[in-house]
Write a protein that binds this ligand. Structure first.
Ligand code: GDP
Ligand code: IMO
Ligand code: MG
Length: 422
């Protein structure tokens, strides 16, 4: 009964979806456990690019069942659009998808509020404007509407009335905008019910029983540990827990069912949106990483900020999540650098610190080491031995310093540009 959790170890976009697709070869069930359509998960198969926002990235493997867990905030408009896109490509997604009846629905007023709040803030977060913060806030305020709440007409109507009574005055008073009508909200929920209502089940019960039967379950994290609302660079974080705790809460599987925690780790670091980023390179090297790595957001198209590998950030993630193995991605992007920088320590106000701090992260001054680079294109490499010696040394260095095995290396966006280290 061993489930595998896939977690982003940095600020998201580490290449999680590519690795989910890889692990899905051997999985029966893939579960998204938190976040929403703020995620942009890219899988490339035979040169064809698929971007998923809500549907688990393992859906391209025909034998799999995909589950949207209770910890996810589900935008019905986005979900229908994504299903239709896949159905147009001949993938009968609704035959292999379940949605937790306890997942919260993310409605147009959440998206509108996300945009309005960003506009009003002087210190912007740079959210994806997908309504994530407002929807999780409503969940905590206990005014949210869950998937399972829309099947009983009287109850559903009561939930909408309650939600709008709280939301609409906020639009009118704070943002000088009209509120949302009961009719438009009800109609959207009924459209969703007709399209996807049959997919709603009690997912913790389903997953527990499937795990007991010996099914291989993969848990797909969105975002990354440094965007975690508790363990990330607050307030410049998302509103959920991408970390291991979120996997347990957001799937309903108990902790004893987790066997492996795979940390998806970019060979350098990127971040999209505002907030502290100690190893950011604002110069020509950062620009080179962005261009070579195609570092533009899969959800918003925004250029990603780029910088160097950060040992302390990784150690922080490893401690919190119990990472058992690392999949190192985008190693190919480092080809062509004379030297590769790695941050091996931090200081704040001239004082050395030995961990990733919870505050004053914008004051961190990294201490760098430089490693000799390589010039060969490594995209075609299919084994560790085929890598240039300096690339092998870089991988060994990271593994030895972090004391976690690197078991998979990704050297290009396509499914085939991946190999295991045996
Ligand atoms: P996710 O959010 O963690 O799933 O990652 P994204 O899909 O947002 O961003 C990763 C980007 O890098 C996508 O465009 C992938 O196709 C691409 N990618 C993934 N792995 C590799 C790799 O090893 N090398 C290169 N060059 N691109 C990769
Ligand atoms: P995947 O799953 C990278 C960032 C946003 C912003 C902050 C809060 O593709 O790795 P939100 O819309 O969640 O309230 O925005 O989090 N962010 C991501 N950055 N990858 C993601 O997802 C992200 N999802 C949110 O840019 O800084
Ligand atoms: Mg992404």
């Amino acid at each position: 009964m061993g489930c595998t959790v896939i977690i982003g170890t940095q600020w998201g976009d580490e290449g999680k979806a590519k690795m989910i697709d890889f692990y899905s070869q051997k999985a029966d069930i893939i579960v998204r456990y938190q976040g929403g359509a703020n995620a942009g998960h890219t899988v490339v198969v035979n040169g064809k690019k698929h971007v998923f926002h809500l549907i688990p990235s393992g859906i391209l493997h025909e034998g799999t069942v995909c589950v949207i867990g209770n910890g996810v905030v589900v935008d019905p408009v986005q979900l229908i659009e994504e299903c239709q896109l896949l159905e147009n490509e001949g993938i009968d997604v609704r035959k292999r998808l379940y949605i937790s009846d306890a997942a919260h629905l993310l409605l147009p007023f959440h998206k509108e509020l996300d945009g309005a709040m960003e506009e009003a803030r002087s210190n912007k977060i740079g959210t994806t404007k997908r309504g994530i913060g407002p929807c999780y806030a409503d969940k905590c305020l206990r005014v949210g509407i869950r998937v399972g709440d829309i099947f009983d007409e009287v109850y559903c109507k009561e939930r909408i009335t309650t939600a709008l009574a709280i939301k609409n005055p906020q639009f009118e008073r704070c943002y000088n905008r009209e509120g949302f009508t009961f009719a438009e909200t009800y109609d959207l929920l009924m459209t969703f019910k007709d399209y996807a209502g049959a997919l709603a089940i009690n997912t913790p019960y389903y997953l527990y029983n499937e795990a007991k039967k010996g099914k291989n379950i993969l848990l797909e994290g969105a975002q990354g540990n440094a965007l975690d609302i508790d363990h990330g660079t607050y307030p410049f974080v998302t509103s959920s827990n991408p970390s291991i705790g979120g996997a347990i809460v957001g799937s309903g599987l108990n902790p004893f069912m987790i066997q492996d925690v795979v940390g998806i780790t970019k060979a350098y670091v990127t971040r999209v949106g505002e907030g502290p980023f100690p190893t950011e390179d604002k110069g020509s090297d950062g620009e080179l990483l962005r261009q070579r790595g195609g570092e533009f957001g899969a959800t918003t198209g925004r250029p990603r900020r780029c910088g160097w590998f950060d040992i302390e950030l990784l150690k922080h993630t490893i401690r919190i999540n119990g990472i058992t193995t690392i999949a190192l991605t985008k190693l190919d992007v480092l080809s062509g650098f004379e030297t590769i920088k790695v941050a091996v320590g931090y200081s704040i106000n001239g004082k050395k610190i030995d961990h990733f701090p919870s505050a004053m992260q914008d004051k961190i001054v990294p201490v760098y080491e430089e490693h000799p680079g390589w010039h060969e294109d490594i995209t075609g490499c299919t084994s560790f031995k085929a890598l240039p010696v300096n690339a092998q040394n870089y991988v060994h260095y990271i593994q030895d310093t972090l004391q976690v095995p690197i078991s998979i290396i990704s050297v290009g966006p396509d499914r085939v540009n991946t190999f295991e280290i045996k």
